[in-house]
Design a protein around this ligand. Structure first.
Ligand code: SF4
Length: 299
């Protein structure tokens, strides 16, 4: 097992991208000058493109996409400064015509975990073959089973079930669910689905307010909390406000870690943001570490 080492204020963090194992040696005091300058993980919206039209989608709708060379250069820079993983999203990352190259080149040129979140409807056996060996974890967005899924995503549920099997042949997988009034009542069925398709985690994403939706209500948030307390499932449950901090398998919560040290996000226009919903950000002109520093100073 080849551990990647990250030095942080919390101690020495060891991470293995193949097994997803995290070990934090919190009894070790790291001198301030040696603390990693990189966030623990980075999410990247490769493209705003997506052919689905989910009502609760927060992704910007203007056309934008990132260039492979630019993203690989950022990844190499962050890798050398202690970043543990990069997670691709969008839009729909597999809609980027060079999606395979992003994964392939970053897996080959860094020791970071490469992960992505997908709706699954563009997966083919050929794409799965091309990604195998370059991806360490993948997330499939499934917001309900059967008719609920089909009403929300306007795609056949059988297709996403087939996508889960294909994705599972590439890497360990998790299932993502946006939790709102439509989906909170179906969490038992989703947990069963996640178990059936061999997912190792069910990630619960309380719906965020956007221009189009008010976000999850207080009542549905209480239902979600009650469900989590009483759920009987073998699948690990995770919950995320931003939806991205759990998108890479390097995400165990570290006490007292500052949010900007844990996770940063790059949108499809190359703006570095504290998270995907943040309105303000910093353009990455060259070095991403310079942009990280500038963002921290501005916060
Ligand atoms: S699949 Fe994801 S990116 Fe596409 S419309 Fe739905 S929420 Fe938005």
């Amino acid at each position: 097992m080849m551990y990647k080492v990250r030095l942080s204020e919390a101690g020495v963090h060891l991470f293995d991208r193949v097994s997803g194992l995290n070990v934090l040696l919190d009894e070790v005091r790291v001198p301030a000058g040696q603390v990693s300058r990189a966030p623990r993980y980075l999410s990247v919206a490769l493209t705003n493109a997506c052919e689905l039209r989910c009502a609760y989608c927060y992704a910007p709708k203007h056309a934008a996409a990132l260039d492979v060379g630019r993203v690989v250069a950022w990844a190499v820079e962050l890798d050398s400064a202690g970043c543990l993983g990069v997670g691709f999203g969008g839009g729909e990352p597999t809609a980027h015509p060079r999606f395979v190259q992003f994964c392939d080149r970053i897996a080959a040129s860094t020791s970071m975990a490469v992960t992505f979140t997908t709706h699954g409807h563009r997966l083919t056996p050929g794409l799965a073959d091309a990604l195998r060996g370059s991806v360490h974890f993948a997330r499939l967005s499934v917001d309900g089973v059967g008719a609920t899924y089909e009403r929300l995503r306007h795609r056949p549920f059988a297709t996403v079930r087939a996508a889960a099997a294909l994705l599972r042949s590439v890497a360990p997988i998790g299932i993502n669910v946006v939790v709102n009034a439509d989906t909170v009542g179906g969490l038992d069925d989703l947990a069963t689905f996640a178990d059936d398709v061999g997912a190792s985690e069910l990630l619960l994403l309380p719906e965020q307010p956007t221009a189009a939706t008010p976000g999850i209500s207080d009542g549905d948030t209480e239902r979600l909390v009650r469900w989590v307390r009483t759920a009987r499932t073998q699948v690990r449950l995770a919950i995320s406000r931003s939806g991205f901090e759990a998108s890479v398998p390097a995400v165990e919560t570290i006490p007292d870690e500052r949010p900007l040290d844990a996770h940063l996000h790059v949108d499809a226009t190359g703006i570095l943001r504290p998270h995907a919903y943040a309105s303000a950000g910093m353009a990455i002109e060259g070095s991403i570490l310079d942009a990280v520093q500038a963002l921290r100073e501005a916060s």
